[in-house]
Design a binder for this molecule. Structure first.
Ligand code: SAH
Length: 233
């Protein structure tokens, strides 16, 4: 079964609308909907904004729903001038740009898993490739594959966007994907992150976010729909 996690209502609702829900349950204040999307088994949830919410939700999905894979879907900000509102980014890997032990001489974002020290948590290749193929079917949409940077901060400032982008070679920033990747890495569950850009360097950030978040979220819903259609065959 595939799990899908979104942070905000507007990101989940479109997916919920196309789901045949067979059961609903609640844990730690998060509602989990289980059922079929386009004929394929799924469990979906709105985790809330930020890394801790995302981590809690991911662990519950793994423990209580035995998911085989998890997709984090939603909107994101651009970290490069090449990426603009309405574009789609599928993660090759996730980094946590606010994970900082540089005081000890470590590079920013360096984490340890089972004795292995890494900055980038690689996304599952096959799952990400399928999402990428689905995304490419959208009209008038540039689709990128690249690193997504996660942190507990809405990154508004253009200079900060460019600096995080450069530091981690990342294309987009958001507030949940890296935490989900972290939990999935520990639990050895394949993951992917699918994000559509709601705000970029060319637009006034918060205005752009409010103006474009609905359009951006709709794109991810379309991609998720196509993904489950493929899955059901
Ligand atoms: N009060 C706002 C808060 C949005 S936070 C609201 O509820 O409408 C931004 C959300 O969109 C997070 O879930 C994050 O994953 C994503 N996001 C979009 N653009 C972002 C950016 N520039 N920086 C960080 N997160 C961003």
């Amino acid at each position: 079964m595939t799990g899908v996690i979104c942070a905000m209502d507007l990101e989940l609702q479109g997916i919920l609308d196309m789901m045949d829900v067979s059961s609903e349950s609640e844990k730690s204040g998060i509602k989990f909907y289980k059922g079929k999307i386009r004929g394929a088994d799924a469990v979906i949830a709105q985790c809330g904004i930020g890394k801790v919410n995302s981590a809690i939700c991911t662990q519950i999905m793994i423990d209580l729903f035995s998911v085989d894979e998890i997709i984090n879907s939603g909107v994101a900000g651009a970290l490069s001038l090449d990426v603009t509102v309405g574009d789609v980014v599928v993660a090759t890997a996730a980094v946590q740009h606010d994970f900082d032990t540089t005081a000890f001489g470590a590079p920013k974002g360096l984490m340890e898993f089972d004795g292995e020290r890494i900055i980038e948590i690689p996304a599952d290749e096959a799952l990400s490739e399928t999402l990428f193929e689905c995304a490419k079917k959208l009209e008038d949409t540039n689709v990128f594959r690249g690193i997504i940077a996660t942190g507990d901060k809405f990154v508004a400032d253009s200079e900060e966007r460019l600096s995080i982008g450069r530091e981690f070679s990342a294309l987009a920033c958001e507030m949940e994907g890296g935490a989900m990747a972290h939990v999935c890495r520990r639990a050895k569950v394949p993951y992917a992150i699918l994000r559509s850009i709601s705000d970029d360097i060319g637009h006034n950030t918060t205005v752009s976010f409010d103006e474009f978040k609905v359009m951006a979220a709709k794109k991810t819903v379309e991609i998720i729909s196509d993904f489950f259609e493929k899955k059901a065959v």
